[in-house]
Design a protein around this ligand. Sequence first.
Ligand code: SAH
Length: 223
Amino acid sequence: MAGRDLTDDAARREELLDAIRREVRATAHLTDRDALDPAVYEALRKVDRARFVRPEDRDLAWYDGPLDIGAGQTISQPFIVALMTDLLALGPRSRVLEIGTGSGYQTAILAELAGEVYTVERIAELAEAARARLQELGYRNIHFRTGDGRQGWPEAAPFDAIIVTAAAESIPPALIEQLRPGGHLVIPVGPPWQTQRLLDITRDADGHIEQRELLPVAFVPLR
Ligand code: SAH
């Protein structure tokens, strides 16, 4: 980008990672972890968040905060992106389902770490913009769908991990069904426009569900 200082850009990325590390330590009593997988930090360093925010917000892209992306939606706070990604325990062969593509930023982070990413967005305008952006960035392991993510993506199930980036009032049963035994479903659950609880849900081979409550979060509603 003309006029943008690359050294400055690299420094801002490191500052963001430091902010996330501090936030991880500050919330360790709620999340049970005082460090994240180094691969998650590497993905956050690599993906240029400035490409996912509105042009007028580029200067804010490397701050650890959410931003408006239009259509009444937001790009999540990087710390939350990092934490949720870490909870998914992804590897290079993982198949992951994301509900709420939004800007596509979280999608890109997932695509850096997983084998295949399936992402569903309700608002066509956002889904199209994210698809164009992620294709331009060269990602070839992302599958897009426009529609109601509460139904999951039955044809591609089961998934090793499922992440929901909008607040659900209750856990959509289809998502539990489409989770592979041993896999993690990470989802904010609670009333809309208030504080929700970030949940980490796992199921075993018998379909037995275990649920862990992590920290309070604030997401736009799942509709
Ligand atoms: N991960 C995104 C966050 C987007 S905000 C990012 O990093 O930018 C949550 C998104 O969930 C919004 O784009 C919203 O339109 C979408 N959403 C809400 N309800 C949905 C549903 N039922 N199915 C699919 N997407 C939904």
